[in-house]
Unconditional design. Structure first.
Length: 370
């Protein structure tokens, strides 16, 4: 890595450039400088920058769906607020579900292409900052994605000072018969690439690992096992930056013996009914994420307020589902090559070694005896 420069890595689409630094007295709309001071981050030094995350746009949900809005993002939207920030962010990451209702069924791909074009026209092309994207369970058509962005990879990495950013695509293994909640899993090629990529990032102090579905979720139990060796060997701090659940949350989950800080962010238009939403700011000093903040907006992109989330506030540690159940249960999940059971909506059915009238509550889900 070249100190003070955000550099390309394999599979990276587009260049990187830091926004011009401003003095500590500079203010963005609604006092970005005040937010930075509250977190303990001051701009100006070469190794200090911040980046942005927005997630779960569901931009194609205009007349139906959980986040339906007429002319969604067609007027003022969160990109206008991002463009007004001073100092400017280093980059923006869009962490999946850019659109909705897309699966591995080819019949869904024409509407997916139209949705991606809407994202390009109303979001990506309007951003004044370099933008990196991954796709999620609701837009898992590389075929449609690459019709709109032929040169953008599904998997990418880059270095920004001593922070190493990686975006993963977890849906190569999905089959047309999968529901769109079958869980994330890497194929062999992507897993081998990730191992090589992280081995070459030995100078990084922090890994910012972007996935659509958080690594703490029950659906992520298989990718956690895949990632354990490569994350366990990474010498620095690890942050998993995700969306999917349409809410703001933080926790720590151990993968490969390493603590991984999992950060989830709400959508820019709200949780399940469009109201007010947010995007997230990540503040970096000397290669470490020192805190995050939320930028709250109305559903039409009008600014409301900033909210600081200092990194010193230690989130709770979550026990992964496979660790919690250990060998005391026979687990049947739909994900991957072992599709031995069906899922009923988002409830996981697990056969427990327990009395037939007993159930277990874990992660807010009811695990029912068979």
């Amino acid at each position: 890595m070249t100190p003070g420069v955000c550099t390309r890595r394999r599979f990276l689409a587009g260049g990187m450039a830091l926004g011009a630094a401003a003095s500590s007295g500079a203010e963005a709309p609604d006092d970005l400088a005040g937010l930075a001071r509250e977190i303990g981050w001051l701009p100006g030094a070469p190794d200090r920058f911040f980046f942005l995350q927005a997630t779960d746009l569901h931009a194609s949900e205009l007349t139906s769906g959980a986040l339906k809005m007429p002319d969604k993002f067609g007027g003022r939207n969160f990109t206008d607020d991002m463009n007004a920030l001073r100092p400017a962010p280093a980059f923006v990451a869009l962490t999946g579900d850019l659109i909705a209702a897309t699966s591995r069924q080819p019949a869904t791909w024409p509407q997916a292409e139209a949705g991606f074009r809407r994202v390009n026209d109303l979001i990506v092309s309007r951003l004044a900052t370099p933008c990196h994207m991954i796709v999620g369970n609701n837009d898992c058509s590389p075929e449609a994605f690459h019709k709109v962005w032929p040169d953008r990879p599904l998997t990418w990495s880059f270095d920004c000072h001593r922070l190493h950013a990686v975006g993963l695509y977890g849906y190569h293994t999905w089959r047309p018969e999968n529901t769109n909640h079958a869980g994330i899993l890497l194929d062999d090629a992507q897993l081998a690439w990730l191992a090589r990529d992280l081995a070459a990032a030995s100078g990084a102090r922090t890994l910012a690992l972007f996935t659509h579905e958080p690594l703490k979720d029950p659906d992520s139990h298989r990718i956690r096992r895949q990632l354990a060796p490569v994350l366990g060997a990474f010498p620095g701090e690890i942050w998993n930056i995700a969306g999917h659940n349409h809410g703001n949350a933080e926790c720590v989950v151990r993968i490969g013996g390493k603590p991984v800080r999992v950060v989830e962010t709400i959508t820019p238009v709200g949780a399940w009914t469009p109201d007010k939403g947010a995007y997230r700011l990540f503040f970096v000093s000397d290669g470490r994420i020192v805190g995050t903040g939320l930028r709250w907006l109305t559903q039409n992109g009008e600014p409301l307020r900033f909210e600081a989330v200092p990194s010193g506030r230690a989130p709770a540690e979550r026990v992964p589902v496979e660790t919690a159940l250990a060998d005391s249960a026979l687990r049947d999940f739909m994900v991957g090559e072992e599709e031995t059971a069906l899922r009923d909506a988002q409830t996981l059915h697990i056969r427990l070694e327990a009395p037939p009238d007993q159930s277990v509550q874990l992660y807010g889900l009811a695990f029912l005896p068979a």
